[in-house]
Structures are given as structure tokens and as C-alpha cells.
Write a protein that binds this ligand. Structure first.
Ligand code: F58
Length: 846
């Protein structure tokens, strides 16, 4: 056949005809204009910013594709062990700027678009965020993809191609959050490649009949079958040829129409089945650390659809190697990003037993060497559980397998069934550890399934991993040994979160370190070289001037998008993250109110000594999270009052910026003097924006929680502002609230005053805030009454420190200098070496 000779025709002609990477401005303008004429089918002289963006995107994409092809070809030829990162969320943000930076073509494109009469900033601004995630978990996945490619690691991501990403947040005049759909694909997406040839069938419902041949096998048939179709997204490494793949699945009807219904004259019924297939990947569930999705069958279907398609794809690739199944763990590592993909465990068991004819023990030993599980929360309400009847209905065969993982009499059996030997008669422990929680209905505990089905389990910061070991998974640590339970402290990519979002600071750092940025962006510990420059007055001046210009950039953004004028000679104080009781935005806004009253009570002369402060909030609330939405409403209405108060408005301004996103974070973070990470101790697993602010020379005001602790270890406690009770005290304090309550007036008069004023309607709205205030007056689960005084004291220390501008800038420089540990390159290499056992692969040119 024609395939015997490779390539067909003359190799010379092939080679000469291949598109090569752009090198200079002329390549860029030529490829952009060609794309205007061809891909966009538009008149070359007649394009607007959006057209220019699309042309630039297509042109950059050509460059990515060359590397992407070489990378995938090399992986196929070399057949290294690969890792797969299964995440239901990838919060990528914009792509063009990152692609140009990672390709090393930013300057060429800047000049090229200029020659064509455009500015690169305007063009970059045309792109919509890919917002396929809720928050930290999804953004972490995006940073890890960037670092995997940059470290030349053979890692693919697998996720879902939601038609609608996280909702767009609108704020009504009254301060209510309204949710609008995010039609991010409306303008075409140049960054994805539809793979019409890569599809898998996925089954739901039907019935599973066990064979009585003693093998434990079953046949699962009937029900609904839908098609998973692949879309590939290129993930370029920084300063390397490696361009990895993120494969996102879209659901489609298996056939355009159902022949049976068609024959019966039921046209509408036939169309309906196609609608229900498409619904599976229609929308990202917008819930963050809440249980509102429990019992939502569509969410369960999303999880299975995605894990089944991903596993089928991974196994097909493995089978092409021609190796026996028991070698799967030598070629494949699968990271479960939280419990969302845990159905992959029973799904792999199903494939190995029902389709590959393996014995149970053999299959289980393969499964438990392939999977790795990362936990991202210890909040009990966020631990996933699925009702047994629902799994039985949607995935009957998987429910059988989950039952088979247990022994017959309700013990969890860790394959060797050694539980009973170790804990004879310990029924309480058995009930605590069981995969099935008793109740009406019974529920499957996904975290337990993830733990027993995985090779290793990790938390995302030291404190969090300790809490995982000593609280929610303690019984499993006792049973399986502590060595299975590790820590990988989260990280962030310095490419996006310093070089891209803060180009001036990046340039100053390169100049000062006398290093090309390609060196320190890949070895972030090099930032330590900045330490001596903290003592250099001229350097400090440049450093401070950049912060100032970043504040002006933010002010400019607020002016153009919201029409509001912000003073830029003030301290910028920022809290941006999902709105949740445990993150305590309420503590922050009550602190702002306290500051407002303090200012009101001062004489005009006294006030003049006060440092002006601008407080920024941004963040979305889950649509059904009533208390979180009330918090937004309070912030908006407090802002209305204090920004208009002539006595105080020169000293205190407050803004709630709507529709928080990756792109908005890229503007806010470089402009911050101080940022707040003030969760109740022991509740924030890690946090990652804390690292982003500090990398950009913002100081941290926080509780002794999550990665704040490790940041303080690196930069030194004198450079962070800590407050509040520590984790070991929390349980006891909560107990006191319940059994020995002390009235707020007595316990914390300053807070009582603030709450009473809100309640009295000083910020309008009559009694609407009562449910929010009652959470504090009553059980105060998140300990605002315990931490308020030390919070106010910490804010005062921030004010005082800011008065000494020189010392402040020194702290800022020292903070940036000590952030090396928090590069996601460090984190991903830890996963690669200590967990996945994969190695870097050098990419060969085609
Ligand atoms: C976050 N989790 C943690 N979950 O809260 C944060 O401390 C950590 O830094 C980050 O993960 C990365 O490890 C988080 O973002 C979600 O958004 C889930 C989405 C799906 C429903 C449950 C919450």
C-alpha cells in the first residue's frame, strides 16, 4: 500500500512545503493577512479589532500546531509512561497572550500587529475568557497544564467542553447578584480542534445481569447511549517545543435520530433523545463547596460521561502499544482532581472484568496502581456523596461493583479483606469507614472510594494534608499506613501570574538580576537575587513606581467599565475569591464598616493623618447560596453609603467589581498593596491567589491557614500580617458557642456595634440583612466574634506599616524575592517524581 513508502512523493517537496515557526515580523504580518483572506474570508483592509484578534489567533495557532504535532508524534514513538490529569474544571482564561509568550513570539506579534495598524493590547482584549471552572480547583488545573508542558512532562488533561462556562455575574442596582449565561463559544473558538474521528459511546441506565459462572462478570445493556466527541486544546510549554494536549469531551446523540421512533411516526420523540444527549455537556455547575448539586442526576451523568470517555481513550492508546493489561500501571498514571472523577475506579474495574476477562483481585491490583487522588477540602458539606438508588438507576453495573468492593457483611474490604483481622468486632469503625453511609437514602461516599482505589492520596498544603490525615481520613491512615497520605503544596505559573499580568515588574526583575526572563521564569528561586536590592533606594523607587502604574491601570479599567473614578494615591486593599461563609468576606465588610465609623468619629484634623484606603471585593456566589448573596448585597450597599459620605470619602472607598474572572484577576493582583486571605483557621485547604499577590509584591493579611502558613515560612513572619485563632482552638470555640454562649455585646462590643448599625438600617434595606447577621449572633460557626478584635488590630498594623513607605517597599521586594517555592513547576515535578513516576521527554522535530 501507499503507506509502505513514507513519505509519499518526494521528501524534498514535503520538507520545503512545511510551514515553519514564525521567526520575524514579516512572517507574522504575512500569516495574519493570509488568515484574514482565507480562514476569516474577509477583505484584508477592512477588519476591526475583533477581526485582527482572530487573524492573530489563527496565526499563533499555526505555530502551536507545528509543535503540538511534533510532541504527539514523539510521545507515540517513544511510548513513555504518561500521566493524565482528570479535572471537571479547567479555568484557562485567555489564550493568545500566553501562547505568544510561551512560543517566545510576543515581540514579533507586537511589532507585526502595529505594522498592520493595531495595538497588541487592544487585540488581546478582544478574547473572551475560557471560564470552564468555579475557582481555585479549576485554575490550579490550568496552572498545572502550563507547568507540565514547560517541564516537558508527558501529561494530558481530560475535561468537559461545556457550552456555557461559569455564569456571568451582574449586580442589580439594589445589590443583588443576577446570573446570565456565558456563551463563550459564540464567536468561534480558534484554540480548539474538533476531532470528528475521536468518539466513544457511553451508556446510561439499562440493566446489568451477572453471569453465574463464578467470575463476577456481568453484562450491562439497554438504556441510553450517547456519543462523546473529542475537542483538543493545545497547551504550549514555556521556552520548549513541548505542546501538550487538553482533551475536552462534548456529548452528542448517538444517531441523528432514533430509527424506531421515526418508523412509529414519532418525530418529536426522536428529536428529544438528541436534546437529552446534548444536555450532558451543556453547562458547568456553578457550585463551590456547597451541597446543592447533590441528587442532581445530570451532574452524575456528567461525571460518568467524562470518566468513561477519558478511560476509553487512555486504554485505546495503551492497547496500541501491544502490552499486556498488567503493565498498565507502567504506562499510565491517572490523577483524580478531587472526587469528581472517582467513578473512573469502578469503570476501570468494569472494563477489566467484564470486557478484558480479568479476575477481581488482578483487576483491583491494576486499578490501585493507576489512580492518585488529590483532596481539596475538609469541609464536611463539600464531600461528595451520591444516593445509592440514583447510582443503581443511572449506572447499575457500577453500583454492583461498588458493592463488590465491600465484603458481603457491610465491611469495607481493601481487596485482601484484612479489616476484620485488624479490628475484630469494631462495628463503629466499620460504619465510619464504609463506602456506603447508612440513612435514607443510603449514599456512596466518593472520597472513601477514591482513597481505597488509589495508590496515593494528597492534600494541597501542609496544614491541609495534616488535617486530611488526622480528621476526615484518619481511619484510613490507621488502616493503610501513613505513607499513602502525602502533601503537594499548590503552586501557580509565574508565566501568567507575573510575566504576563505584570510585564513592567518582569522587565525590572530581569534587568536587576541580569538574567533573561526565560531563566528565572523557569527557576523561580532565582528571585532571591532581589533580596539585596531591597536596600537599594533607586531600585525601591522603580519598584514602587511600577506598583503605582499598575494601580492606575486598574483605576483606568474601573473608569472605562463601570464609570467610577478611583483615587490611586491610596492603599489598595483587595479580597477576590468565591463568596463563601468560610472565606469570611463578611468579616472584611464588617471591618470596613468599623473603619467607617471610626473615621466618622474623628475630627477633620485627626482624619488628615489617616492613610487613605481603597477596598476592593470581587467574587461570585453560588446561585442558590442565599447567605453569600446577602453578603454581596451588603458590600454594594455599604459602598453606596460610604463612597458618598463627604466626611470620609477621601479616606475610605469601597468597590465591588462585578463578574470576577481570570482576566480581571490579572488586572487586580498587580495593583494590590495588601490582599486578604482570612478564612477561619483550618478551612481553606491552600488558597492560590495568596501566592499570586505575593509574587507581585503585594503583602498578605491573613489567618494562620492553608498556604498562608508556608508563605509566611518563606518570606518571614515580619513580612506578613497574621491574626486570629489557630486551627486547634476552632473545635473548642465552636463548642463554647453552642453550650456556653456569651452575648456579642459582652464578648466583642466593637463587632456588636457594627452589627447593630447594619441591623438598624444605616446602610438601608430595612431588615434584609437579618439572616446574615443571625449567622453571627447565633452559632457563629466561622468564628467572627472570636477573631474580630484581632482582625481590627491587624488592619491597624497594616496602616502603621504603610506609613513607613520605604519599609513597606522593602517588605514588598522581600516578599516577591521569597516566592520561588510557589511556582507550579515545583509542584508538578513533585507529582511527576513522587507520585506518577514519569520523566521529561525531549521533543524531536518532524
Ligand atoms: C479549592 N477548591 C480550595 N473547589 O478551596 C482552595 O483552598 C485550593 O487552593 C484550591 O482548591 C486548589 O487546591 C475549589 O476550588 C471547587 O471549586 C469545587 C468545585 C466543584 C464543587 C465543589 C467545590
Amino acid at each position: 500500500s501507499g503507506r509502505d513508502k513514507w513519505p509519499r512523493g518526494e521528501e524534498k517537496v514535503w520538507k520545503e512545503s512545511m510551514r515553519t515557526l514564525d521567526k520575524d515580523v514579516n512572517d507574522v504580518t504575512k500569516s495574519m493577512v493570509t488568515h484574514v483572506q482565507t480562514s476569516l474570508a474577509r477583505q484584508p483592509y477592512n477588519i476591526d479589532n475583533l477581526g485582527a484578534y482572530q487573524a492573530a489567533a489563527h496565526s499563533a495557532r499555526d505555530n502551536l500546531l507545528i509543535n503540538w504535532n511534533d510532541t504527539q508524534m514523539t510521545y507515540t514513538r517513544k511510548a513513555p509512561k504518561r500521566a493524565y490529569y482528570l479535572s471537571l474544571e479547567f479555568l484557562m482564561g485567555r489564550t493568545l497572550d500566553n501562547a505568544l509568550l510561551n512560543l517566545g513570539l510576543k515581540d514579533q506579534y507586537k511589532d507585526g500587529v502595529k505594522k498592520l495598524g493595531f495595538s497588541i493590547e487592544d487585540i488581546l482584549d478582544q478574547e473572551r475568557d475560557a471560564a470552564l471552572g468555579n475557582g481555585g480547583l479549576g485554575r490550579l488545573a490550568a496552572c498545572y497544564l502550563d507547568s507540565s508542558a514547560s517541564q516537558e512532562l508527558p501529561v494530558w488533561g481530560y475535561g468537559l467542553r461545556y457550552k456555557y462556562g461559569i455564569f456571568q455575574q451582574l449586580i442589580s442596582p439594589a445589590g443583588d447578584q443576577l446570573e446570565a449565561p456565558d456563551p463563550w463559544l459564540d464567536n468561534q473558538n480558534p484554540w480548539e480542534l474538533p476531532r470528528l474521528d475521536v468518539t466513544y459511546e457511553v451508556r446510561f441506565y439499562g440493566h446489568a445481569d451477572r453471569l453465574d459462572d463464578g467470575t463476577g462478570r456481568a453484562i450491562w445493556q439497554g438504556g441510553q447511549e450517547v456519543l462523546a466527541q473529542a475537542y483538543d486544546v493545545m497547551i504550549p510549554g514555556y521556552g520548549t517545543q513541548t505542546t501538550n494536549n487538553l482533551r475536552l469531551w462534548e456529548s452528542k446523540p448517538k444517531r441523528g435520530f432514533d430509527l424506531n421512533s421515526f418508523n412509529a411516526g414519532n418525530y418529536e420523540g426522536a428529536v428529544e433523545s438528541s436534546n437529552s444527549a446534548a444536555a450532558i455537556t451543556s453547562v458547568l455547575y456553578p457550585n463551590d463547596h456547597t451541597n446543592f448539586t447533590v441528587g442532581k442526576e445530570l451532574r452524575l451523568k456528567q461525571q460518568y460521561f467524562w470518566t468513561a470517555a477519558s478511560l476509553a481513550d487512555i486504554l485505546r492508546r495503551f492497547k496500541n502499544l501491544g502490552k499486556p493489561m498488567n503493565e498498565l500501571p507502567d504506562y499510565v498514571a491517572i490523577q483524580l482532581n478531587d472526587t469528581h472523577p472517582t467513578l473512573a475506579i469502578p469503570e476501570l474495574m468494569r472494563i477489566l472484568i467484564d470486557e478484558e476477562d480479568l479476575r477481581w483481585d488482578h483487576a483491583w491490583s491494576i486499578v490501585t496502581n493507576v489512580f492518585f487522588y488529590t483532596n481539596h477540602t475538609v469541609l464536611p458539606e463539600a464531600l461528595e456523596k451520591w444516593p445509592v438508588p440514583m447510582i443503581e438507576h443511572v449506572l447499575p453495573r457500577h453500583m454492583q461493583i461498588i458493592y463488590d468492593i465491600r465484603t458481603t457483611d457491610d465491611a469495607i474490604s481493601l481487596a485482601d479483606s484484612s479489616f476484620k483481622k485488624k479490628y475484630p468486632g469494631d462495628r463503629d469503625r466499620l460504619a465510619r469507614m464504609s463506602l456506603i453511609e447508612e440513612g435514607m437514602p443510603k449514599q456512596v461516599r466518593m472520597a472513601h472510594l477514591a482513597v481505597i482505589g488509589s495508590r496515593k492520596v494528597n492534600g494541597v498544603a501542609e496544614l491541609h494534608s495534616d488535617l486530611v490525615r488526622t480528621t476526615i481520613l484518619k481511619d484510613f491512615v490507621d488502616f493503610e499506613g501513613v505513607s499513602k497520605f502525602g502533601n503537594v503544596t499548590n503552586g501557580i505559573t509565574p508565566r501568567r501570574w507575573l510575566d504576563q499580568c505584570n510585564p513592567e515588574l518582569s522587565a525590572l526583575i530581569s534587568k536587576t538580576l541580569k538574567l533573561d526572563k526565560s531563566v528565572w521564569l523557569k527557576d523561580l528561586f532565582k528571585l532571591e537575587g532581589l533580596l539585596p536590592f531591597a536596600e537599594d533606594a533607586a531600585f525601591r523607587k522603580e519598584w514602587a513606581a511600577i506598583k503605582q502604574r499598575n494601580k492606575e491601570r486598574l483605576a483606568n479599567y474601573v473608569q472605562t467599565t463601570l464609570g467610577l473614578t478611583i483615587r490611586t494615591d491610596a492603599m489598595f486593599d483587595v479580597q477576590i475569591k468565591r463568596i463563601h461563609e468560610y472565606k469570611r468576606q463578611t468579616l472584611n465588610i464588617l471591618g470596613v464598616i468599623h473603619r467607617y465609623f471610626t473615621l466618622k468619629n474623628m475630627s477633620a484634623v485627626e482624619r488628615k493623618k489617616v492613610n487613605p484606603r481603597v477596598v476592593f471585593f470581587a467574587g461570585k456566589a453560588a446561585p442558590a447560596y442565599f447567605i453569600a448573596k446577602l453578603t454581596i448585597r451588603l458590600i454594594v450597599n455599604v459602598a453606596r453609603v460610604i463612597n458618598a459620605d463627604p466626611d470620609t470619602k477621601d479616606y475610605l472607598q469601597l468597590y465591588f467589581l462585578p463578574d470576577y474572572s481570570v482576566s480581571l484577576a490579572e488586572v487586580l493582583i498587580p495593583a494590590s498593596d495588601i490582599s486578604q486571605h482570612i478564612s477561619t483557621a483550618g478551612t481553606e485547604a491552600s488558597g492560590t491567589s495568596n501566592m499570586k499577590f505575593c509574587l507581585n509584591g503585594g503583602l498578605l493579611l491573613g489567618t494562620v491557614d492553608g498556604a498562608n502558613i508556608e508563605i509566611a515560612e518563606e518570606v518571614g513572619e515580619s513580612n506578613v500580617f497574621f491574626f486570629g485563632h489557630l486551627t486547634p482552638a476552632v473545635e473548642d470555640l465552636r463548642y463554647q458557642h453552642l453550650y456556653h454562649p456569651v452575648p456579642i455585646e459582652q464578648k466583642c462590643p466593637a463587632l456588636a456595634h457594627v452589627i447593630n448599625q447594619v441591623s438598624a438600617g444605616v446602610f438601608g434595606d430595612g431588615g434584609v440583612y437579618e439572616p446574615l447577621l443571625n449567622t453571627i449572633r447565633q452559632s457563629d460557626y466561622y468564628l467572627l466574634t472570636d477573631d474580630f478584635d484581632s482582625y481590627i488590630a491587624a488592619l491597624a498594623m497594616v496602616d502603621e506599616a504603610y506609613l513607613d513607605k520605604d519599609e513597606w517597599v522593602k517588605k514588598s521586594i522581600r516578599t516577591t524575592a521569597k516566592m520561588g517555592k510557589f511556582s507550579s513547576d515545583r509542584a508538578i515535578v513533585e507529582y511527576a517524581e513522587s507520585y506518577w513516576n514519569i520523566e521529561p521527554v525531549t521533543i524531536q522535530k518532524s
